[in-house]
Design a protein around this ligand. Structure first.
Ligand SMILES: Nc1ncnc2c1ncn2[C@@H]1O[C@H](COP(=O)(O)OP(=O)(O)OP(=O)(O)O)[C@@H](O)[C@H]1O
Length: 302
């Protein structure tokens, strides 16, 4: 995709996205919004092919938009109408008859937790509530796919958590495929089945989250106090232990089932306040740190 004026926003980007929740991650300017607009048929790529739910995004954008819910990144809500009026109106715009639009608007607003506030003017809403209205309008019309562009923008940590839980629920309980764009990998990896990472308009990596976070043979142990004592005692028991001082954590090598029991019993014997006992997995961010330094654009299928 080359914009008039010569900016190449996407290049050499080949991927397939399966049902489930897919995170589209990349820094600001990586090309996420451009990709979403191409998927919706709102932008026509300079070259290449795009199919969405079996439809050709180049000529069938209107059909795609009828089946896809879209939550844009930027604030685009009228201040002087109620949430119900706005969501109903957009339901009508996407072709629903009046009664169905009203019913679906009420249902969507309930799903996003705005049932009580549905008759309030949007101008009086907090940022979090406005993001929820944007999500509600994307849900109207029984979409088969949701494209969400930076849904946690502008939200505080609690607001981000609840928005992410909501998206996760939509993807799992309602069975709607979701592609959610974010520049915050650490945030989005919590709710995604698949990740697509782009950098400078090129594909960096596309894979299922499971395949990126294979368990490592280490047990992470966190105690509020007594880390040195615990390390010494576990080493005496013949375990391989390394201390992670920055995280106030011990990593204990897992080379057999008794390791769990030994760690548990030792902590109990020493009466230490255990806060975490976890089979260590790769953090997705660590993997991307490697990929980003190689800066390798690679074609991959999910
Ligand atoms: N209408 C446009 N005309 C020219 N260049 C554009 C246009 N829209 C986007 N770009 C450029 O294309 C590139 C990709 O932008 P895009 O908005 O798709 O990125 P993004 O990953 O969504 O970033 P952000 O999260 O900041 O929105 C950027 O270099 C941007 O400046």
């Amino acid at each position: 995709m080359r914009y008039p004026g010569g900016v190449t926003a996407l290049d050499d980007l080949t991927l397939a996205v399966r049902p489930g929740i897919t995170g589209l991650v990349g820094a600001n300017g990586a090309g996420k919004s451009t990709l979403i607009k191409i998927l919706l048929g709102l932008l026509t790529p300079t070259s290449g092919t795009v199919r969405v739910l079996g439809l050709d995004a180049r000529g069938q954008g209107e059909l795609i938009r009828a089946r896809v819910g879209y939550m844009p990144e930027h604030d685009c809500l009228p201040a002087d109408v109620t949430a119900t009026e706005f969501v109903t109106h957009l339901g009508r715009m996407s072709g629903l008859p009046s009664t169905a639009a009203k019913e679906q608007a009420a249902e969507a607003l309930r799903h996003v937790g705005l049932h009580e506030e549905r008759y309030r003017q949007i101008g009086t809403f907090s940022t979090g509530m406005k993001q929820r209205v944007k999500l509600a309008q994307a849900l109207v019309g029984d979409p088969g796919l949701l494209l969400l562009d930076e849904p946690t923008n502008g939200l505080d940590p609690a607001g981000r958590d609840s928005m992410l839980s909501l998206i996760h629920r939509i993807g799992t309980e309602f069975g709607i495929a979701v592609m959610v764009a974010s520049h915050l990998l650490s945030e989005i990896e919590r709710i995604c089945d698949h990740l697509v990472a782009i950098e400078g308009g090129r594909l960096l990596r596309a894979a299922s989250l499971d395949s990126m976070t294979q368990a490592l043979p280490w047990l992470a142990v966190e105690v509020d106090e007594g880390l040195d004592l615990l390390e010494a005692r576990l080493t005496e028991c013949g375990l391989t232990v390394s201390q992670q001082p920055t995280r106030r954590q011990l990593l204990v090598r897992l080379d057999g089932d008794p390791v769990f029991d030994t760690v548990r019993d030792t902590i109990a014997d020493l009466e230490l306040p255990l806060t975490r006992l976890e089979h260590r997995r790769h953090h997705v961010e660590e993997l991307f740190a490697g990929a980003l330094s190689e800066s390798s654009a690679q074609e991959a299928l999910l």
